[in-house]
Design a protein around this ligand. Sequence first.
Ligand code: IDP
Ligand code: MG
Length: 165
Amino acid sequence: MSDFYNVHSPGVRQTVERTFIAIKPDAVQRGLIGQIIQRFESKGFKLVGLKLMSVSKELAEAHYGEHKERPFFGGLVSFLTSSPVVAMVWEGDGVVASARKIIGATNPLESAPGTVRGDFGVSIGRNLIHGSDAVETAQKEIALWFKEEELSAWTPELTGWLYED
Ligand code: IDP
Ligand code: MG
């Protein structure tokens, strides 16, 4: 595991895996922010960064840079910049892969019931939420969307009830 940050307090568990999650404009407009956040919170992941923000064209293009040759790229960028987004960083063991499971398959019609996309979506171009696809991608996306000082390294009091050590 890589060194994202250091918690210097002795005896405090050091978890370093983090993922970037964005609640997209469709979910914000539809009033689903609370229900989506609740799924990550109830699971036991730790929120370390959170902001409601308007996304610039430059940020949207950088975030989805890997898709710039795809036919849907223009529509995707205008969608992401059309209305505010909730940008978040969540932390916990295995959070990157687990968050992808909570989110569900890219096409909501194929996402399992119980996932965010499976429960709330019907269209691939309005699939409600983004989650990093790998630990390395997460590191790049967190650096793209957040300044270091916007992230809080804190230890929830219930950590001992979620992890063995
Ligand atoms: P992911 O969000 O599940 O990682 P990606 O394949 O990385 O899926 O695609 C990024 C985003 O691009 C999707 O979440 C979706 O919003 C959009 N997208 C992907 N494929 C299509 C498509 O065929 N039509 C319209 N939008 C698409
Ligand atoms: Mg992706």
